[in-house]
Ligand binder design. Structure first.
Ligand code: DSN
Length: 418
């Protein structure tokens, strides 16, 4: 008997067309959102596999469903590759993404109402580090450190004094819009002084850490959390890593504390991405992300742009557009129309509201994955400058969009076969 099981293009042409159009968009535009990337064809294949069909609550060798002969191997491969990549003692690959990974840390080590300390959202932190609109700011007594007004770098005097005042159970370091290297050892000193656990959220910089382009928190932080889809270049997922003695509490927090069955297709994609990150060319990619971000920053500075902290040590740049006389949101929209995709973002001490802030956040991971490097950043800076000098001018946008397409045609992205 033949079963009618048509390909997507026949079964659902509407969705198929939207996917094809997204492939075209990702091919023709310069994707500068620093938390985005391109996965390889191999990661896409693993993520779109039959592993999505299987339930497997529990952990390898201790599942609540039969039929885990192959799933256990997939999960164990993902774990062992990540251990090798980061030098981690214990790895849990089941969190659905970064926020659930962070929630698992709270569930493992805190009681509702406990004090915690994290970088405030307006200074570049993440919602789940205790910001007030997040469950982590509602269910825990959170305090937020920030950056110094003078140089927009982490204010360690404030971290120490808030830690002494609040005696947090957890101190979070890591963020989403902080363009400088994290000094994990200084956080460790403060955490030790007040008896807190130190948690490093390396979601943005995991690929840089893996590739040796950013200092590693392993051996310093008690727990390290991450997403798997940013600089690490895997599928959308999350991971929690820790010292061996914390493993049991963290595993129990992920399952059964927070989640049901893991997404096995994602786990397979994470395993493939971790395998890719273990190859020598991954370090070259990580170094090129940072070199490109620096080159882009220097080219923008020479064109009169203001960069928060004056530059970058990592993959991202936060532009304060105030001197250019345009807020972040219309700037991001004009740039998108010209084929350059970033996101509007608050800057530290922003006088404007989060939904209409002064800043623009851009980064280089996706460009580096296409093979671009510092030489191409000179053009990117020029185009950003030209578009923002005349954000309403459709002729400028169209010309730049054409030039962007031309550059992009020479750097086909991984994973897209068009
Ligand atoms: N949404 C992510 C980012 O763009 O940085 C943070 O979770």
């Amino acid at each position: 008997m033949t079963r009618h099981d048509p390909p997507l293009s026949e079964a659902d042409p509407e969705i198929a067309r939207l996917i094809r159009d997204e492939e075209r968009r990702e091919t023709d535009k310069l994707r500068l959102i620093p938390s985005e990337n391109y996965v390889s064809r191999a990661v896409l294949e693993a993520t779109g596999s039959v592993l999505t069909n299987k339930y497997s609550e529990g952990y390898a060798g201790k599942r609540y469903y039969e039929g885990q002969q192959l799933i256990d191997q997939v999960e164990e491969l993902a774990i062992s590759r990540l251990k090798q990549l980061f030098g981690a003692e214990h790895v849990n690959v089941q969190p659905y993404s970064g926020s659930p990974a962070n929630l698992a840390v709270y569930l493992a080590f805190c009681q509702p109402g406990d004090p915690i300390l994290g970088l405030g959202l307006p200074a570049g932190g993440h919602l789940t580090h205790g910001w007030n609109v997040s469950i982590t700011g509602k269910y825990f007594r959170s305090a937020a450190y920030g950056v110094r007004e003078s140089d927009q770098r982490i204010d360690f005097d404030q971290v120490r004094s808030l830690a002494r005042e609040h005696r947090p159970k957890l101190i979070w370091c890591g963020g989403t819009a902080y363009p400088r290297a994290w000094d994990f050892a200084r956080f460790r000193e403060i955490a030790d002084e007040v008896g807190a656990k130190l948690v490093a959220d390396i979601a943005h910089i995991a690929g840089l850490v893996a590739g040796g382009a950013h200092p590693s928190p392993f051996g310093i932080a008690d727990v390290v959390t991450s997403t798997t889809h940013k600089t690490l270049r895997g599928p959308r997922g999350g991971v929690v890593m820790c010292r061996a003695e914390l493993a049991r509490d963290l595993d129990r927090a992920v399952f059964p504390g927070l989640q049901g069955g893991p997404h096995n297709h994602t786990t397979a994609g994470i395993a493939v991405a971790a395998g890719e990150a273990l190859r020598p060319d991954f370090s070259e990619y990580a170094a090129r992300i940072v070199a490109s971000a620096r080159a882009l920053g220097e080219a923008l500075l020479s064109r009169g742009f203001r960069l928060v902290t004056g530059g970058t040590d990592n993959h991202l740049l936060l532009l304060d557009l105030t001197p250019k006389g345009i807020p972040g949101k219309p700037a991001a929209r004009a740039l998108d129309a010209a084929g350059i995709v970033g996101n509007y973002n608050s800057i530290p001490f922003d006088p404007r509201k989060p939904f209409d802030p002064s800043g623009l956040r851009i980064g280089t991971p996706a460009l580096a994955s296409r093979g671009m490097g510092p030489a191409e950043m000179v053009h990117v800076a020029r185009w950003i400058d030209e578009v923002l000098a005349a954000p309403e001018d459709t002729r400028v946008r169209e010309r730049v969009a054409g030039e962007v397409r031309e550059l992009c045609a020479g750097f086909p992205p991984p994973g897209i076969l068009t």
